[in-house]
Ligand binder design. Structure first.
Ligand code: FER
Length: 245
């Protein structure tokens, strides 16, 4: 494992690179955590190990305001995460050992994966949105986020929920994002993995993503919650199979 920082316009992004053993060149998957998450969460490590077992190197990176990266949580926005992810894609493309490039992320990181998939369609050979929270922009436009309600035309200065404080700019940014446009722009293979008992991201949203993508497979892990608690190995197996089948 190599640990380092990737610069994203002056923000230091904490990153770890894990390569499969005994290979000179191999594919690389960038792997991104969710809202309030970080790279050492059980489901992120399980995904990383599954990819390594399938011969894929993994670059875990933490986004603005999360984990060991720069920025304050309360000021993170999806634009900042998009800029960060573009910096990580640029870095990954500069690595000599990399053959194919993939992108995966969990929840808000899965939403980010769907956005970058469309934006960097030429660079990404496949994307793997895990429990992708792509209802967030609609929620921001409808005044429903973090289990609370607000007037979407008069955004509060700060959202306080789930013991968190999040600046209103998060909402302003999210309201402008249209994920369908980026779904439309990605033609490559997509693996969606979702927990059947996820009460954060409704299954209907992930089914809709599967229908909108031209080449998407959806694996539903029965009984699994948003972070695949108790069913992590089934999530990992879906990822391993996607890369080895
Ligand atoms: C929300 C629902 C889910 C939300 C964020 C999430 C900011 C993200 C969840 C995750 O990344 O795990 O209403 O609002």
């Amino acid at each position: 494992m190599e640990e380092f920082y990737i610069d994203s316009d002056g923000i230091r992004l904490h990153a770890k690179l894990d390569k499969p053993e005994g290979v000179e060149k191999c594919p690389l998957c960038i792997l991104i955590h969710g809202f309030t998450g970080h790279m050492e969460e059980d489901h992120i490590i399980a995904a990383q190990k599954a990819m390594n077992e399938a011969g894929v190197a993994v670059l875990r990176a933490e986004m603005y305001g999360h984990g060991g990266s720069g920025g304050e949580f309360r000021y993170h926005t999806l634009y900042k995460w998009v800029s960060n992810a573009l910096s990580v894609v640029r870095y990954a493309k500069s690595l000599d050992f990399v053959t194919k490039l993939y992108l995966s992320g969990h929840s808000q990181g899965g939403l980010l994966t769907m956005l970058i998939g469309g934006m960097c369609a030429d660079d990404l050979d496949a994307i793997l949105p895990l429990s992708p929270a792509w209802m967030i922009p609609d929620g921001a436009r409808n005044g429903q986020l973090l289990g609370m309600e607000f007037d979407p035309k008069h955004i509060p200065e700060t959202l306080v929920s789930w013991d968190l404080e999040l600046d209103g700019d998060y909402v302003r940014v999210a309201q402008t994002i249209h994920v369908e446009d980026e779904i439309e722009r990605f033609d490559g293979p997509v693996l969606l993995v979702h927990g059947g008992a996820d009460d954060v991201v409704p299954m209907a949203w992930v089914e809709k993503a599967q229908q909108l993508y031209r080449n998407a497979k959806l694996v539903c892990v029965a009984g699994a919650d948003h972070c695949f608690g108790g069913h992590i190995e089934e999530m990992a197996a879906a990822i391993r199979n996607f890369f080895t089948e």
